[in-house]
Design a protein around this ligand. Structure first.
Ligand code: MG
Length: 396
């Protein structure tokens, strides 16, 4: 049986690496639906890996993979003649409409930012399995997503490398409940940046991630440690452990992708070369492991593996994320919305690196926190947080 896979966010870093795996297993998978924003000037400037606009990128992918349906948020001037056999959808809801008629068994959600929440909630309506590469959906609407998945008997599979590592360790744990989750963190591009220069770090300083190749939004989040804060919230929703049992450890070599501790003190870890195709392939193929010819670890050459506590004085966003998780309700939505605004402003050259945590702090301090019971309340809290972030940015 061939599984039909929809990819939401097909032209980004995760989307193209997913297609790389699918292309190696034509007898197991078919890419039935490809969606992208097509918005080179969109929320986040084009990432460092894909220079083309999303529309052109999606045309190329559609030529290679021949999906049944394609979705583009921004309608292009025209669809090339050779791609008119594919059913095309345009507009803000293009992904949900393209997905609904694609016959997808699985949906991989790799949309950037809070836009992923709608993609994930929509995918849960129609697909047996939702592969989560977007963490903002769980950060902002975690209870909505996990409750919907449970109600409709859908599988939620983590694609984030740390959460995939924990998931893999838990599958080896034979039902034993973990006493602690240990998320590893590379420390980002600015881990050793001189303290006095940190506030004025440039976009090019920040986009030089030491170990992982990723899109620009997440690479900035890695440098502020907000990414790890969002991942603590993501782990809370995926694995159901309280915030104080989710630890973060700086591990610059990115060889151990995360760890799980049990009642007897034993720790299981998942190791490997830093390559997102491992967690993507595991989510697609589990319990099978899909070979893709990636780099192997050479233990005799890798040198020392080191570990340290995160420095939340230099990088306060991790502490803000924990605070938002403890506060609950709309606090994580406020954290995320303010961060998305701050990161977009930084990438446009309108905010300094050091202002990102100040903007997030301002929004958390000034937002009216409310309970969240539906997606509409998430979007309203998100909109208010963005207004606060923009107000803060004007006064900085
Ligand atoms: Mg991660």
């Amino acid at each position: 049986m061939i599984r039909n896979v929809a990819i939401l966010g097909a032209t980004g870093s995760i989307g193209t690496q997913t297609l790389d795996i699918l292309a190696r297993y034509p007898d197991r998978f078919s890419a039935c639906c490809l969606c992208a924003r097509s918005d080179a000037e969109g929320l986040f400037p084009a990432c460092c890996l894909c220079a083309r606009s999303d529309a052109e990128g999606l045309f190329q992918l559609a030529r290679t993979f021949r999906p049944r349906t394609c979705g583009l948020v921004v309608e292009p001037k025209e669809i090339p003649d050779d791609l008119r056999g594919i059913e095309w959808f345009f507009g803000e809801d293009s992904a949900s409409r393209a997905l609904a008629v694609s016959g997808a068994d699985d949906a991989l959600c790799a949309v950037v930012g809070i836009a992923g929440l709608d993609a994930v909630l929509t995918a849960l309506d129609t697909c047996e399995r939702v592969l989560l590469a977007n963490k903002e959906a769980l950060v902002t609407g975690g209870h909505l997503v996990t409750e919907k998945a449970k109600r409709l008997h859908r599988a939620l599979l983590p694609v984030d490398s740390e959460h995939s590592a924990i998931y893999q360790c838990l599958q080896a744990a034979r039902g034993n409940v973990p006493s602690r989750l240990i998320l590893t963190c590379s420390g980002g591009a600015l881990r050793e940046f001189p303290r006095e220069q940190l506030a004025n770090a440039t976009v090019s300083d920040v986009l030089k991630h030491p170990t992982w190749r990723m899109g620009s939004k997440i690479t900035v989040d890695c440098a502020t440690l907000m990414n790890k804060g969002l991942e603590v919230i993501e782990a809370y929703h995926l694995f159901g452990l309280p915030e104080e049992k989710i630890e973060v450890v700086i591990h610059p070599q990115s060889v151990i992708h995360s760890m799980v501790e049990f009642a007897d003190g034993a720790v299981l870890a998942q190791l490997g070369a830093p390559d997102m195709r491992v967690p993507i392939g595991y989510a697609l193929g589990e319990p099978d492991r899909l070979a893709f010819g990636g780099e192997r670890l050479d233990f005799t050459r890798m040198g020392a593996l080191t570990f340290a506590s995160p420095d939340t004085e230099r990088f306060p966003c991790l502490a803000y994320a924990r605070e938002a998780l403890r506060l609950g309700g709309s606090a994580p939505v406020v954290l995320n919305g303010a961060n998305e605004e701050a990161v977009a402003a930084f990438l446009r050259g309108e905010a300094k690196f050091g202002q990102i945590p100040l903007i997030v702090r301002y929004a958390l301090d000034h937002a009216e926190l409310k309970p969240i019971s539906c997606a509409q309340e998430v979007y309203e809290a998100d909109a208010r947080a963005r207004l606060l972030a923009r107000a803060c940015l004007r006064h900085l």
